[in-house]
Write a protein that binds this ligand. Structure first.
Ligand code: FUL
Length: 414
């Protein structure tokens, strides 16, 4: 099959896109200071979770149906959750486990045990480290931190480079990317240097529609309209990830903040607009100062996972096919209120325009007209009884390869 003009995903990107759901985990010195952005001046003495249990965090993610887990090994405050040799500003200077603990290791082991992928966030911006002022010295420092993380904790599936605070700053990305490629060649690289996945451009968990997999310009951070200056060799295929906290506006845990927990409806809205638009969803959980995910957050996550399953694990009918017209016949007349479409993106994103019709009262009625299908497109349609549906692709680049055309009665409020 000739696909010369189409951007194609790498094998690693394809596997990553198939994961769909990840848990982001913000935990660190901020957790103990009721703050989001520490200045790097808080004493390590404050870091003292009394019941830290990374197994609880990861098992929860797994039980809710999430497939990967990304931990903030170091946030902007510079405090390291592993006993790095690069600085004393870390768990080793804290009272937790008498300075002998390693949160990164505990998470890595829990992920291994639960069989879910592990990723790490390492903030380039470091408000504690004195050598941050000296670009070259800091590149050495950061390279060493990256090397430690990528060589001591087993397979790393994603490296999250946050642009916040680094607006206008140049790091030696060639060097950093070289380190990732050397030690974790299959790891996804988030949004900086030579990324393999990109930021969706907001922290609402909402991807635009269409959200093509080939967007070549993304913003560096929430705090700048600056475009990211990516290295040559950045792949054309660049799927997006939607990162969003389960507690509105808060990435770290704060006391008495329960009311900012998103409702199930809000989470489902996020799901339709992220996974339903073909991106991955990286939903943030914040362990509290005990070192546990608070019970209400844990329950909400489980409810969310259960609701996704309830709506989308029993299709009424499903078909795959090649070409511009595909019909999906159902065994019995059934109420339909959702459609799910997927292209075989291993061969690129081909569909540019399509419509879906439902056979109602003896005639075909168009219920939806769209543009992108890509990895996945979920759409709620007006609820109708029918025995068959039709997908017509009116514009495409090369022959459409539809991996899945399915319908559901999810009976949702979305
Ligand atoms: C932002 C950071 O400033 C937030 O604190 C958080 O880490 C979020 C994921 O990215 O840019």
């Amino acid at each position: 099959m000739k696909t010369t003009n189409l951007a194609l995903p790498s094998k690693a990107q394809l596997s990553w896109q198939n994961l769909d759901l990840g848990v982001f985990c913000h935990f660190g010195i901020n957790t103990f200071c009721d703050q989001e952005w520490g200045e790097g001046t808080d004493s390590p003495e404050l870091f003292n979770p009394t019941e830290l249990d990374a197994a609880q965090w990861v098992k929860l993610a797994k039980d809710a149906g999430f497939k990967y887990f990304v931990l903030t090994a170091k946030h902007h405050d510079g405090f390291c959750l592993w006993p790095t040799a690069t600085t004393d500003y870390s768990v080793k200077s804290s009272p937790w486990k008498n300075g002998k603990g390693d949160v990164v290791r505990e998470c890595a082991e829990a992920c291994k045990k639960e069989g879910i992928h592990f990723g790490l966030y390492l903030s380039p911006w470091d408000r504690h480290e004195p050598c941050y002022e000296d670009a070259e010295a800091y590149d050495d420092f950061y390279s060493e931190q990256l090397t430690e993380l990528l060589t001591q904790y087993g397979p790393i599936m994603e490296v999250w480079f946050d642009g916040a605070g680094s607006e206008g700053r140049e790091y030696n990305w060639e060097r950093m990317i070289g380190i990732v490629k050397k030690y974790q060649p299959d790891a996804m690289i988030f949004n900086m240097g030579q990324p393999t996945i990109r930021w969706v451009g907001n922290e609402e968990g909402v991807a635009p529609y269409p959200c093509w997999n080939t967007e070549s310009a993304a913003k560096i951070s929430m705090f700048s309209d600056e475009k990211v200056n990516w290295l040559p060799g950045t792949p054309e295929w660049l799927p997006a990830e939607c990162d969003v906290p389960i507690r509105k506006l808060h990435w770290f845990w704060h006391p008495n903040d329960e009311e900012s927990l998103r409702s199930l409806d809000e989470l489902m809205h996020i799901y339709y607009n992220s996974v339903g638009h073909g991106t991955n969803l990286l939903l943030n959980l914040s362990p509290d100062d005990r070192g546990l995910i608070p019970e209400i957050d844990a329950e909400r996550l489980l409810e969310f996972g259960a609701e996704i399953k309830r709506r989308f694990s029993n299709s009424l009918g499903s078909i795959s096919g090649t070409g511009t017209e595909i019909e999906l016949s159902l065994e019995n007349e059934t109420t339909i209120d959702h459609i799910v479409l997927k292209e075989d993106i291993a061969f690129g994103e081909r569909v540019r325009k399509f419509e879906v019709s439902v056979f109602i009262d003896g005639e075909w009625k168009i219920v939806y007209e769209g543009s992108a299908i890509g990895h996945r497109y979920i759409k709620q349609i007006p609820s109708n009884k029918s025995t068959k549906l039709k997908l017509v692709v009116s514009e495409s680049v090369e022959i459409p390869l539809i991996k899945e055309f399915s319908c559901y009665c999810a009976n949702s409020l979305e």
